[in-house]
Design a binder for this molecule. Sequence first.
Ligand SMILES: Nc1ncnc2c1ncn2[C@@H]1O[C@H](COP(=O)(O)OP(=O)(O)OP(=O)(O)O)[C@@H](O)[C@H]1O
Ligand SMILES: [Mg+2]
Length: 412
Amino acid sequence: MANHSIAAIDVGTTKICTIVAEVDQHQDLRILGVGVGPSAGLARGMVDNIQAGIEAIASSVERAERASGTRILSAHVGIAGPHVSSMNSRGIVAIGDPRHPITDDDVQRALESARIVNVPTNREVIHVVPRYYVVDGQDHVIDPSGMFGSRLDVETHVVTSSSSAMHNLMQCIEGAGVRTESLILEPLASAEAVLSREEMQQGVVIVDIGGGTTDVAVFVDGAVVHTAVLPIGGIHMTRDLVVALRVPQPAAELAKRKYGHVIPSMVSEDEEVEVEAFGSEGSKQMPRRLLAQVLQARTEELFELVLTEIRRGADPEVLSAGMVLSGGASSVPGIDLLAEEVMGLPARVGRPQHLAGLSDLLHDPAYATSVGLLRWALKEQEVMFRSTPVVAPALGGIFKKVAHLMRVILPQ
Ligand SMILES: Nc1ncnc2c1ncn2[C@@H]1O[C@H](COP(=O)(O)OP(=O)(O)OP(=O)(O)O)[C@@H](O)[C@H]1O
Ligand SMILES: [Mg+2]
């Protein structure tokens, strides 16, 4: 396949990041341009002001267009929030003629049967991610195409979203002049950017701590078993500092980034920091350890919630590769150590890697989701080129995008 371009929009609670990249014949990404701007019109992953959302998205898209010298006509878009939920579902089909090997069409039929779960009318399916296949009782088959059998089962992870929240997001994207190529669950995207195949195989959880949400995805035996989006993030850490220290929000945000730590004992007892204050005081001195205590309490609570989510998908004991942290709030010092302490799992902070082109900014953990959207979309396209779907899925046309692929981004 010849080089082509691809675009993604990560609509976060604090920032909107649009990336345009070129994909070469080896499926490697070369970043052509990035556009980052503040987010607006969005609360906890859901649009609450369409006009503000459109303007913020349009501004990020324009920046990426200017930086890359391209026109973005369509893009892959991240989705996360309390309106998204996930479950595991099994699809089963009979193979018409067991004397012939299983075809890609049989696999698609099995995936379609897994999709027909009990989805209420006000929800839509975003993903049916195959975890593994079973051919005539033979378990954990990775790719059944070409195998012989009379019955094909597929274990999948199905992600659904509230229709209205999903359409509001797509409305904002469209209002910014961009067609939504596909919607991608953010924790799955982050995983693609920062986890290695080996980690997924050995059992791992990705925890992307953003501004308003913390995205969780648990992987066992190379496949996703649980995803969740918790409505807590860096914004709440800052808010705690505002309340505990009685300082304005911008000052608390600055202090968090400059002096933040989540292990108070690692901060010198007599280190004082200066933080802008309310009222006539101008600024006030306070122990840096106090900041760390406030941040520790919130982060510990967050990890307890994450642990509860992990248990919904797997026994934490089986996650040999432990936990990988990403998202802007994972930059606070000590967070990997605190994670290890609370979870009893090895932890590291993950950054997007192996990017060529104008990618300096993207090596930060805050861009795991943004880069992951491109990686996930690329992986899906690879699968699509291998197989021809037999049933048109939801989101009208997502799977028809192959034809558009070469025309997604036109040079200006
Ligand atoms: N060095 C730092 N130390 C502590 N927190 C930081 C640092 N840098 C960024 N953050 C925090 O990271 C958060 C933003 O992270 P990120 O950019 O991943 O969020 P987002 O994608 O906009 O939001 P979400 O994914 O929740 O929708 C902010 O709350 C910010 O305060
Ligand atoms: Mg994010």
